[in-house]
Design a binder for this molecule. Structure first.
Ligand SMILES: Nc1nc2c(ncn2[C@@H]2O[C@H](COP(=O)(O)OP(=O)(O)OP(=O)(O)O)[C@@H](O)[C@H]2O)c(=O)[nH]1
Ligand SMILES: [Mg+2]
Length: 303
């Protein structure tokens, strides 16, 4: 991650980091680290969405360090070390070596699936890959239109079918055609909302079942998109999707403007699913490879 990007990440996470960093400063102001400051720090961590377990681990670490009158910078470094221990093993770089590499993108409505597909396509295009997109959200005509705009913007091949046609059949045909056309990557957009949860899950499992008929290793990567504003409720969303598919990685979107950036820690700790990218805005460049070190620094307002 380049310096410019770190600056952007810091700005994106500023709502979250202002709360944590400002809170630490206030708590430590001319105070020693004792039971009551530790309790205040723990409450701050919990109210900053870091989760009860991680917050308690952080406090244990601070206790162990036996600091008497530390600067807030020192305390932030200790917190960062602990958070990094949780997040670093979950950094994921998607290995795109296989052709055709099929990425299935899932998640509830509005989390940012379609926009993230656009941003991924932009990234892959810059790496010289030939990219295709499948509008397998055939539930809404507007969803097809929205993906088409991203396909045009990123010079990607576009695969679609009529409204309300079978998304599994479209996905199947698209994988065959994309292989024939020697595309490198195929991104499959799926619906986030159907009549009810059972419909949504049945549709998704059918898509997976059908494309597996072409090759058991497809989808090459299933990505669950989570909205960074939802905080720890994302854990429940992920558990529902885990019942239907093997999630290979997470992308957490909308970290810009979210005050709940800290929730990435309990999410990661609970789900143990790797994080491939994070989304920090609505434009096609607003997606970055997840880097635990940079994320923790930005979250804690460390330079
Ligand atoms: N600020 C910000 N907005 C984002 C980000 N990612 C997506 N969005 C916006 O969130 C809104 C919903 O995004 P979509 O990509 O349509 O979400 P979706 O999951 O495809 O939604 P459905 O198709 O309804 O299931 C759009 O206005 C996006 O521009 C992000 O990282 N930051
Ligand atoms: Mg969509």
């Amino acid at each position: 991650m380049v310096v410019g990007w770190f600056k952007k990440l810091k700005t994106s996470l500023s709502k979250s980091s202002d709360k944590i960093s400002g809170g630490i400063k206030k708590i430590l102001k001319s105070k020693k680290i004792d039971e009551s400051t530790l309790q205040e720090l723990e409450e701050l961590m919990i109210s900053s969405d870091l989760g009860v377990d991680s917050s308690s681990k952080i406090i244990q670490e601070l206790k162990k360090s036996k600091l008497l009158n530390p600067s807030s910078e020192k305390v932030k470094e200790i917190i960062k070390k602990k958070l990094k221990e949780i997040l670093a093993p979950l950094e994921k770089k998607i290995d795109l070596t296989k052709n055709l590499f099929v990425i299935l993108v899932v998640g509830v409505n509005g989390v940012g699936k379609t926009a993230t597909i656009g941003k991924l396509a932009e990234k892959f295009l810059k790496d010289g890959k030939k990219v295709g997109m499948v509008a397998a959200d055939t539930f809404r005509a507007a969803a097809v239109e929205q993906l088409k705009i991203w396909a045009d913007r990123t010079k990607s091949e576009f695969f679609s079918a009529k409204e309300l046609s079978d998304p599994a059949a479209l996905a199947y045909k698209s994988v065959i055609t994309a292989t024939e056309k020697k595309l490198d990557i195929l991104l499959i957009d799926t619906a986030g909302r159907l009549h009810n949860k059972t419909d949504l899950m049945n549709e998704l499992s059918k898509i997976i079942r059908v494309i597996k008929k072409i090759d058991e290793s497809i989808p090459s990567e299933t990505i669950l998109i989570l909205d960074g504003n939802i905080g720890q409720n994302s854990i429940r969303q992920a558990e529902v999707f885990k019942e239907i598919c093997d999630i290979d990685s997470l992308i957490v979107t909308k970290l810009d403007g979210s005050a709940k950036g800290g929730a990435l820690i309990p999410i990661a700790e609970k789900l143990k699913i790797p994080i491939s990218f994070i989304g920090t805005g609505e434009s096609k460049e607003d997606l970055a490879q997840f880097d635990a070190d940079q994320f923790c620094s930005a979250l804690l307002g460390i330079e």
